[in-house]
Design a protein around this ligand. Structure first.
Ligand code: NAD
Length: 350
């Protein structure tokens, strides 16, 4: 979406410019914080409402602030002096969470609404919003044999109840802050992200982490069974975390993509049954599959059409699922062993 006839002033990001990352106690923003730190950025402010001991990652030299960003005053404090703001804070989880807690999901709109206004007033140069494939029209996702979703498929709108509508409305805020006020915004629609240092137990975890944990539990208990939500035929694509943070950086710094929602996801489609098979291979076991048709299962099929990202960035998330799953499995296995040995691990509870 181009602001009418505007010449976009170029401002290269300096290594000592202040970068603000919200939701940084969580999975993706935690990894993004480490990514910018490792790239040599020296002033990063990381914010999350969780108490510090519960953050998945604490990156040395990063200013960490536990604050609730649904509050306007906290948002003003959060973005003081910021050159770039990355908003990844949201009350969210896998299907089990977003189907059950729609009000919590919708209330995340307070975070983006207050944060983008604060960022604009503070004179931030760029603002990133983490949207989701759940913003897409659900009527296009009723068959496991899906046509991959392209960016225009969000409208006419029929987003996922609760969570998806919040994302769609917040996207619109980002588009209008550019159109009306000239704040450079970036909007990525993430498709399922997985990897180490994310939620793996407690109810908010997503399918890859949940299946890895169930396989590890089966090995540990000798009870070689797995309960699969739905009939296992539902299809998804899964993006490895390293691709996600790289994509965020590229999307945020591409002027052609200002205020333009874009898919950030893998296009390697698998069914949940196939995902279980991949995890079985890694674990070196076979599980007896039991299906729970009453469990939350989400849409029947969803994949990312990467035509647009390849055209604009000449890149798409490309870590093979098998490689990413191996690393994720190894990390969860270690977490599981640590917890069993009485060592502290970070878990979600709700
Ligand atoms: P996460 O739950 O691990 O991280 C989100 C963090 O936001 C949490 O640590 C939470 O404490 C924090 N938060 C929630 N409310 C807050 C508030 N009021 N103030 C401050 N912090 C608050 O989730 P994630 O997987 O890292 O997701 C990050 C972003 O990406 C979210 O916007 C999510 O909707 C989006 N997304 C994620 C996926 C995925 O597969 N993980 C897919 C699509 C979109």
């Amino acid at each position: 979406m181009n602001k009418q006839q505007t010449v976009i002033p170029k401002r290269a990001l300096n290594k000592d410019d202040l970068i603000v990352i919200t939701g940084a106690g969580g999975f993706i923003a935690g990894a993004l914080t480490r990514y910018f730190h490792d790239k040599g950025f020296t002033r990063i402010r990381a914010i999350d409402k969780k108490p510090l001991p519960d953050w998945y990652q604490r990156v040395p030299g990063v200013e960490c602030l536990p604050m609730d960003l649904s509050e306007k005053d906290n948002c003003i404090r959060a973005v003081e002096g910021a050159v770039e703001v990355y908003n990844l804070a949201a009350d969210m989880g896998g299907m089990g969470f977003i189907e059950r807690f729609r009000v919590e999901c919708l209330r995340s709109i307070l975070i983006n609404t207050n944060l983008i206004e604060a960022a604009y007033r503070a004179g931030a140069d760029r603002y990133f919003f983490s949207s989701s494939a759940c913003a897409y029209n659900t009527t296009l996702q009723q068959d496991p044999d899906v046509r991959a979703l392209k960016e225009s498929d969000a409208y006419p709108a029929m987003a996922e109840r609760g969570y998806g509508w919040e994302k769609l409305m917040s996207e619109m805020f980002c588009q209008e802050y550019w159109a009306e006020r000239g704040l450079k915004t970036a909007i990525a629609r993430f498709h399922n992200v997985y990897g180490p240092n994310g939620t793996w137990d407690g109810g908010r975890e997503k399918a890859p982490a949940a299946i890895c944990r169930k396989a590890i539990e089966a090995k540990d208990t000798g009870k070689y069974e797995i309960v699969i939500w739905g009939d296992g035929h539902q299809t998804r694509s899964f993006m490895y975390i390293d691709d996600c943070v790289k994509g965020i950086d590229m999307i945020m710094h591409c002027d052609e993509l200002i205020a333009t929602p874009i898919n950030l996801g893998s296009s390697e489609l698998v069914s949940i049954n196939e995902l279980v098979s991949r995890v079985e291979e890694i674990a070196g076991i076979k599980l007896e599959r039991k299906y729970d048709p009453a469990a939350p299962r989400g849409v029947a099929g969803r994949n990312s059409d990467n035509t647009f990202i390849k055209q604009v960035l000449n890149w798409e998330p490309n870590t093979p699922l098998r490689d990413g799953l191996k690393k994720t499995y190894a990390w969860i296995e270690q977490q599981y062993a640590d917890r069993k040995a009485g060592r502290r691990v970070v878990e979600e509870t709700w």
